[in-house]
Design a protein around this ligand. Structure first.
Ligand code: ASP
Length: 458
């Protein structure tokens, strides 16, 4: 059995819904369908989730909500009209959209989530009815009925482990089950969403729960590219990645799949495939537990911006017991998350995301470093980017880092830092953001344009 998730762009119009129906109909193993809210039909359009945010804001500030309500209802109506069927669910959909504006505003921590979830919930109702109308017996299943119990963390729900046994019972239905993505229900019966883009997470949870053979994630690209196509001209697409490789690439900016979506499928040992609704015969990118054959040492190169480095020097730092703890404590007390900590003998840097800092926090960090830790030098460097070369197979190859650094030095790129974790799945380079594209191209050319085997001594 397969769990098949469709993203918003796959469900934005009647034409897209026809493609979705064909995909589901073409394989009887596709038994569980998880759907997003309708996405954009073109560049100027608004996603239904974003329209629901607007509606929510108008409602809580006492403005007239009629236009927003009608726009959202009309999105579903227009799809049914274009598909040429009279959807009975439309009455329920319209009522559920309008009823949002009767919910209590005061003391309602889940109001925003309830508004947002309506996008996926109503889409699932319409799609289940459309499938049945087209002769594919289908049933809409609300996450509560599916057993998707989540923690009470508005906008950031987590699945409760007890959910999985209930979800497994979904295997007993004969029809295709259409389940709205993006939200679950708390033990107190409140609607609570995952973070934005979270329908991917629902798909992964359902796949783990029903012990699917495959989790298919349909989007609007042929799979994952080895590097960002906006920077590298026609990068090649990756046919297979391991979960660990995907995690590393997702961390550094590969955003095809929500990064929290990997965990349930990974724990359930379920392979995942990313496919294109507009080109379903393309094999896409498979995400697997272990590579099926020999792979190149580097499978992908990711880059991400807005990093900051706190650079600290203190003579004989290595002799001072507790220096690292005191340093990290300063960050902890200011509620700052950090990402990497490359060290030298008398110096250490803490690399973090720029959004973690404010000018006031920066001042406070420098003050404490100078006064409490009595460092010789402390400075905060902005506008840094990280570039990660990723590949499980790197550990069995000698010379990967040498190939990378040579390629970077030949293009005159100054490396602010290099770091490799113990698992050797990736090597991270920190460069000035203004050099990011040049660095990415240098690395891509080194590992992908020529035969990798000739670059690396095996
Ligand atoms: N509709 C939600 C969002 O836009 C969730 C999703 O599409 O996965 O964030």
């Amino acid at each position: 059995m397969k769990v098949t998730k469709f993203g918003g762009s796959s469900l934005a119009s009647a034409t897209q819904l026809e493609k979705v129906l064909n995909i589901v109909q073409s394989d009887p193993e596709r038994h569980f369908v998880v759907v997003s809210a309708p996405g954009k039909r073109d560049g100027q359009d608004t996603k239904v989730t974003d329209a629901l945010i607007k509606y929510y804001k108008e409602y809580i500030s006492g403005k007239d909500v009629t236009a927003s309500q009608e726009w959202i209802i009309n999105r579903y109506q227009a799809m049914a009209d274009e598909l040429g069927f009279e959807a009975k669910s439309l009455t329920k959909i319209a009522k559920s959209i309008r009823d949002l504006a009767n919910l209590p505003i005061e003391d309602n921590d889940f109001l925003y989530d309830t508004f947002l979830a309506a996008g996926e919930d109503n889409n699932a109702k319409l799609i289940a009815e459309y499938f049945s109308y087209k002769g594919l017996p289908a049933r809409y299943v609300h996450p509560k009925k599916a057993g998707l119990l989540v923690s009470s963390e508005p906008g950031n729900a987590r699945i409760l482990p007890s959910s999985y046994d209930r979800i497994e019972e979904l295997r007993n239905f004969d029809e295709v089950l259409v389940i709205p993505g993006f939200f679950g229900v708390t033990e107190d019966n409140q609607i609570c969403t995952f973070s934005r883009g979270g329908s991917d997470i629902t798909g992964s949870i359902i796949a783990a729960g029903v012990k699917a053979d495959l989790y298919e994630n349909f989007t609007d690209v042929d799979g994952i590219f080895a590097a960002h196509p906006g920077i590298i001209h026609k990068p090649h697409s990756i046919s297979e990645l391991t979960y660990r490789e995907m995690r590393e690439l997702a961390y550094a900016g590969f955003s095809v799949l929500h990064d929290e979506a990997l965990l349930p499928a990974y724990r359930g040992r379920i392979p995942l495939v990313i496919k294109n609704t507009n080109n379903p015969s393309h094999p896409g990118t498979r995400i697997v537990l272990k590579h099926s054959g020999e792979t190149m040492p580097v499978v992908g190169i990711a880059a991400d911006d807005d990093f900051v480095s706190i650079n600290i020097s203190k003579y004989l730092m290595n002799r001072e017991v507790g220096f690292g703890r005191k340093l990290l404590q300063i960050l902890e007390e200011l509620n700052i998350r950090w990402e990497h900590m490359p060290t030298g003998i008398d110096d250490v840097s803490v690399v973090l995301r720029g959004r973690e800092l404010t000018p006031i926090k920066e001042e406070e960090i420098l003050r404490q470093l100078n006064h409490n830790l009595e460092v010789d030098k402390a400075e905060i460097e902005h506008d840094l980017s990280i570039i990660m070369i990723v590949g499980e197979n790197m550990k069995s190859h000698v010379g990967v880092a040498a190939t990378a650094t040579t390629a970077l030095s030949q293009r005159n790129i100054n490396l602010a830092m290099i770091s490799q974790g113990a698992s050797e799945v990736s090597v991270m380079f920190v460069v000035k953001t203004e050099q990011r594209n040049k660095a990415l191209r240098a690395l891509y050319d080194a590992f992908f344009r020529d035969e990798q085997s000739s670059q690396v001594v095996q």
